[in-house]
Design a protein around this ligand. Structure first.
Ligand SMILES: Cc1cc2nc3c(=O)[nH]c(=O)nc-3n(C[C@H](O)[C@H](O)[C@H](O)COP(=O)(O)OP(=O)(O)OC[C@H]3O[C@@H](n4cnc5c(N)ncnc54)[C@H](O)[C@@H]3O)c2cc1C
Length: 399
């Protein structure tokens, strides 16, 4: 088996990278260890409407609901509202993640991409030190897949980077442990995504309630692994659900447990290798959301791969256009939000209540972590000093 590109993982990052690589002339194979793309769903299924700008998905089968805004609740119940009347297009969707992923896969296949399901990468093929493809297992059979370029889109548990010598291991303080129920027969009256903060509620993270169509909602929790013990995420979530009258008559129709990286991005290119999506740690460290980066980063990666195939040059220098591209598109945001996450870890419940109180009447003109940070800094300039200090320290540490 010989391809220009083998992509490991048919999640959003893999499908989008593969599609744009194929549209730009590459012969691409995706291998996927699961037996169905997008299943089981491991996601809160919230995404910004920014994706409308990128022509990634056709039709609206993947949309479970269009959101009118977001509400953030501090531990004492003070609410900060970011609403659609002011935010215009900057609100979000709640999606059906299985259909969402399958739509992205369909677009990739339409562009000429081949997919092998039930096929798990178990190592890299190398000629001396040069990466020449992937060793995989399909059911019980081992297969060697030769390729000029390997793309690691194998998610939070990514091995591809490690096999290539990139440090991708996650420190517990950079990993969110998550649990989520999809509950039905809930009493959610409007199309708002709700977020609940607090040390007691969700240490180092938050609880979310995302309405998903009629009477149904994703109710989930993410807590920092360094601040939690085994089973704690589910216990805290169960307590929250038991105490909220909206869920009094509800029953679960799905339960999931998973993890999200809330780390700084890793090195994303080597000779004959690219990492995209969660595998690259391209996740907003404040929210744990990674879908927009998968789509935006995947497109940049795919276009870079097209040029590499055209010039038959798979060197790190050639592929670095991808690293430059994602840094321009969302690198600054990831770096800033990682530092804000670090600052927020020091906030006790009293501070969170005070911050929420200072923002409760603020008129947000958009819904994004940046708008929220800007408003916080406006009200509390010392936060900016802290952020600047951390940026300086992290720059010095890198140098
Ligand atoms: C509970 C939870 C809630 C979340 N909620 C949100 C949200 O609301 N909004 C948001 O934007 N983000 C959310 N995220 C994060 C989001 O799900 C990820 O950022 C996104 O799925 C990353 O996409 P990906 O393509 O990089 O990886 P994945 O979607 O994880 O896809 C990786 C694929 O690679 C396959 N794979 C792995 N190893 C191998 C191998 N060795 N061989 C072959 N295949 C392999 C896997 O089976 C999988 O299909 C959430 C995460 C969790 C855990």
């Amino acid at each position: 088996m010989k391809y220009d590109v083998v992509v490991v993982g048919a999640g959003p990052a893999g499908c989008v990278t593969a599609r744009f690589a194929a549209e730009n002339g590459a012969k691409v194979l995706i291998i996927e260890r699961r037996s169905e793309v997008g299943v089981p769903v491991l996601c809160g299924e919230g995404i910004s409407r920014k994706i409308d700008e990128w022509d990634m998905l056709e039709g609206d089968r993947w949309i479970a609901g269009r959101m009118d805004g977001a509400r953030i609740y501090s531990p004492d119940g003070t609410m900060v509202k970011l609403s659609a009347d002011l935010a215009g297009n900057e609100t979000g969707y709640v999606v059906y993640r299985d259909i969402f992923d399958q739509e992205l896969a369909r677009r990739a296949v339409k562009a000429g991409v081949k997919i092998m399901m039930n096929t798990m990468a178990i190592g890299l093929l190398k000629d001396n030190d040069k990466i020449t493809g992937v060793k995989a297992k399909q059911f019980d059979e081992e297969v060697d897949i030769e390729a000029d370029l390997v793309v690691g889109t194998d998610g939070v548990e990514s091995k591809i980077g490690q096999w290539a010598g990139i440090e991708t291991r996650l420190n517990p303080k950079d990993l969110e442990t998550c649990a989520q129920y999809t509950l039905t027969n809930v009493e959610c009256t409007d199309a708002y995504c709700d977020f609940y903060l607090g040390r007691e509620i969700a240490p180092g993270g938050y609880i979310w309630v995302f309405p998903k169509g009629k009477d149904t909602a994703n109710v989930g929790i993410g807590i920092l692994a360094s601040l939690s013990e085994s089973g704690m995420a589910k216990q805290l979530l169960d307590r929250f659900i038991a105490n909220d009258p909206r869920f009094k008559n509800s029953e679960p129709i799905r339960f999931l447990a998973g993890a999200a990286p809330v780390a700084n991005p890793v090195e994303t290119v080597r000779d004959n290798l690219i990492l995209v999506g969660d595998a690259a740690r391209h996740v907003d460290a404040i929210t744990g959301g990674g879908l927009t980066c998968c789509l935006e980063g995947g497109k940049i990666a795919g276009e870079t791969i097209g040029k590499a195939v055209e010039e038959q040059d798979f060197s790190k220098e050639m592929l670095s256009a991808y690293e430059t591209g994602w840094k321009e598109a969302f690198g600054k945001k990831l770096k800033r939000n990682y530092l804000v996450k670090e600052i927020m870890l020091d906030f006790d419940d009293k501070t969170l209540n005070m911050l929420a109180d200072s923002l409760k009447d603020y008129k947000f003109e958009g819904i994004s972590t940046l708008r929220l940070i800007k408003a916080l800094v406006l009200k509390h300039p010392t936060l900016l000093m802290k952020l600047r200090h951390l940026m300086k320290v992290s720059k010095e540490a890198k140098e």
